[in-house]
Design a protein around this ligand. Structure first.
Ligand SMILES: [Zn+2]
Length: 463
């Protein structure tokens, strides 16, 4: 598989550190609020990479962290508001209860849109000793210092590669970060916190060699990725807004601690936009999975909607597009039911489509290309129905649309049958019984038994 590497700004062949085995780390949810569809698009990227690699027979291990401490404190605000504390005050829950509540909601939403859960979901609060150890290593290796305030900072001038991911130079970082300086004892405004001294009113705090405090946000991902995946692993995913400072800082920490490159490929998902605005808590235009369900949409259809846009590009969400995607997924499931049973081998045309589907995935996970192939197979006049079924059932291991749902639930009428059934119901509703009977004959001529029920016309194959 070739993937666009944000670090080298080039599409590169993935060469796993260990042949045949790919290790992926994904920046996961921050659990003091609900996930919105923009967050979920990012998590889906990692899910799709994992599914596509497994589809090609590779072994994949994926780890996703749960941020339940750390950037709860917004470094940019002078009051350093603890967002977990705000949520606690709002909801009358303890930090652990808030973390549990929003972790469960995040995983439930992820599963509803077909994201397969990672192999490990480490929580930041369970890894404070690892973060303290990493911070100590960075101090010993001359990359970090204890400021007079008692907080520990990474000295960005000690790491020559700082800025290589985001393209920021130290000079413009100093410029850009001047207003963010909240600790006057920091050596440089561009330095970032590894450990922060606990202020008054701080609820989540731990003992450390530098006194009671709590870890900076970035250090959790360095500590947990290397604990679970080793100090050389293959893919790191996240939303594009994490590129700086989060991932830039993670590179400095991890590489500063071990002295060599840790992550081979950095993959970033583009923003989801609604009416031209980035979907974000701060813009107030948040859409969540339960809202899809409330509107009668299948949450898996959100996958099909996302597939229309390359993962790195910004994507526009609209309810119209979401409804079109929902109808298309339901239609494909009905077509599958009509194509069953599955062929046990593929003819030439089907095999060629299969090869092109795999090429699309291998080319930087090109889902829009995969969508084109699904549509081509659906409309193909040369591929026999049982082979169409075989292709889509196999591809669904990556697409995750539950395309066999209707086929497995039993027989389902085709679109043409459904059109006749609605026409018959309409005729009968307007008391045109002659037309109703004519359509009954048409359905019957298709080998169907026609039944009148409270919900209107139903059909099933005649024995
Ligand atoms: Zn992270």
């Amino acid at each position: 598989m070739r993937l666009y590497n944000s670090l080298t700004r080039a599409t590169e062949q993935l060469v796993p550190v260990e042949p045949g085995h790919v290790r992926i780390y994904t920046c996961g949810p921050t659990v003091y609020r609900y996930m919105h569809l923009g967050n979920l698009r990012t998590f889906m990227l990692a899910d799709l990479i994992r599914r596509a690699l497994r589809f090609e027979g590779l072994r994949v291990v994926q780890v996703m962290n749960i941020t339940d401490v750390g950037h709860m404190t917004d470094e940019a605000s002078p009051e350093a508001v603890d967002k977990m504390l705000l949520a606690m005050e709002d909801e009358g829950l303890t930090p652990e209860e808030i973390a549990r509540k929003y972790t469960a909601a995040a995983l439930e939403d992820a599963e509803a849109i077909g994201i397969e859960l990672p192999d490990a979901l480490p929580r930041a609060t369970d890894h404070i000793p690892e973060m303290i150890a990493l911070t100590q290593t960075l101090i010993e290796r001359g990359h970090a210092y204890v400021a007079e305030s008692g907080s520990v900072y990474f000295d960005v001038t000690s790491f020559p590669g700082y800025g290589k991911l985001s393209g920021n130079t130290l000079d413009n970082l100093r410029e850009g970060h001047r207003e963010l300086e909240t600790d006057p004892t920091k050596r440089s405004p561009a330095d970032f916190a590894l450990w922060k001294v606990a202020g008054p009113g701080r609820v989540m705090k731990w003992d450390s060699p530098w006194g009671p405090g709590f870890p900076g946000w970035h250090v959790e991902c360095s500590a947990m990725s290397m604990k679970y995946l080793g100090d050389r692993f293959d893919i790191h995913t996240g939303g594009t807004d994490l590129r700086f400072p989060h991932h830039e800082d993670e590179i400095a920490q991890s590489e500063g601690a071990v002295g060599h490159q840790v992550v081979s490929v950095w993959v970033h998902a583009g923003h989801l936009r609604l009416a031209g605005q980035k979907i974000a808590k701060s813009t107030g235009n948040v859409i969540r999975v339960p809202e899809l369900i409330e509107r009668g949409l299948d949450p898996l259809s959100f996958r099909w909607l996302c597939f229309q846009t390359q993962y790195r590009s910004e994507m526009d969400f609209s309810w119209d597009a979401m409804e079109t995607a929902d109808q298309r997924v339901r239609q494909l499931r009905r077509h599958m039911a009509g194509w069953a049973p599955v062929a046990d081998r593929l003819g030439e045309a089907a095999a060629a489509s299969d090869a092109r589907f795999r090429e699309a995935l291998a080319g930087d996970l090109h889902l829009p290309g995969a969508v084109t192939l699904v549509n081509e197979v659906d409309h193909s006049a040369t591929i026999p129905a049982p082979e169409k079924y075989a292709l889509l059932a196999s591809w669904d291991a990556v697409l995750g649309l539950d395309l066999e749902r209707e086929a497995k639930a039993g027989w389902a009428p085709t679109d043409a049958m459904r059109a006749l059934m609605s026409a018959r119901d309409a005729a009968r509703a307007s008391r045109d019984y002659a037309a109703g009977d004519r359509i009954r004959e048409e359905l019957s001529a298709m080998g169907l038994e026609v039944m009148d029920t409270a919900e209107g016309t139903k059909v099933r194959p005649r024995d």
